[in-house]
Design a protein around this ligand. Sequence first.
Ligand code: AQP
Length: 370
Amino acid sequence: MKTKSKQYSARIMPFSVFLSFILVQLSAKLPAIMAGNQKEGLVFSGVQPTGNLHLGNYLGAIRQWVRMQDSHHCIYCIVDLHAITVFQNPEALRESILTTAATYIACGVDPKRSIIFNQSAVPGHSELAWILGCHTPLGWLNRMTQFKEKAGKHRENAVLGLYSYPVLMAADILLYKATHVPVGEDQKQHLELARDIAGAFNRAYNQDVFPLPEPLILGGATRVMSLRDGSKKMSKSDESDFSRIHLTDDADTIRRKIMKAKADMEFDGIYYDAEKRPEISNLLTILAALQDVSVEEAQKPFANAGNKEFKEALADVAVSTLSPISTEIQRLIRDERTYLMSILEEGADKSRKLSEVTLQEVHQLVGFLA
Ligand code: AQP
């Protein structure tokens, strides 16, 4: 048996070395193949389909994605594997995946220029997550603040997926050898971990397999806060619907939520002071980001204004930016379900092909039979 296996490995050795060489060459060129010479690198990012996307997702992530399509080749994923780290109603999840695809497109992600797909359609994400998990010390995961926040007091009952979430996120990015990852501020720590994991893997096999992905935390609103509590991040999972503006909200709803937003009453005029006036400062940050100007610029007209006047002006700006997006999401969901499905299938096909190149290289390196 021993002799047989030796003969077998002797026979396949030259081919396996050759294959390894080809794969390493191909894989090293992945960003270049994707990006073309004139582009600056490969972008990967995603949102969880855990409910309707909100203004924080838009200003912190998706608006940056849209802008990056000009300079980078882009892969935008609907991270449904991440979504099930918290139990999801299956029917609601299916619907949310389609609504998220519609939201990306309505916000300006162009399926002709960017790959859009749902994560579970490409098995390489889970597979690479396992392999990377075998190179990730527990001590690194124990530092993740998002796990601590989400698991809360019931840490012992938290599921393994919630704990290993950042490893899956590293796999998402490294599977495509992405060079840049535009995210909101809350994802900074996970991105740093992805870089550490990439470095650990490269060192283990003494090869530059994975580029260290650069976090891009861009725009004036990298951490949009809840409209009900200026100390909490705007989030899909907040119990209060009035804490966030959904990208599916109609004009009246947007207006109502802004007019009801918590704002201090004890100060004169409207000006930015994150410590003393967190809610007004959050609203000013939102206004500045929507207008694409600095906070100083945005607050100028309101030096002597009251809350009502300021909120009315903010509502006008928010409605004019967000309600066309909302109308387009509703149209796509109502009339274009087949189109949305076809975009996701096409995106998954492309992603699968790209992911296989990296996976074969990884298999070869860790010692699996090719
Ligand atoms: N409030 C926010 N301000 C700026 N950026 C934000 N992002 C999320 N919330 C804000 C950014 O949006 C992208 C996708 O986020 P996600 O859906 O994958 O996960 P999340 O950060 O956990 O978002 P939520 O809304 O808080 O979801 P739930 O409630 O389901 O946990 C990321 O780039 C994120 O930084």
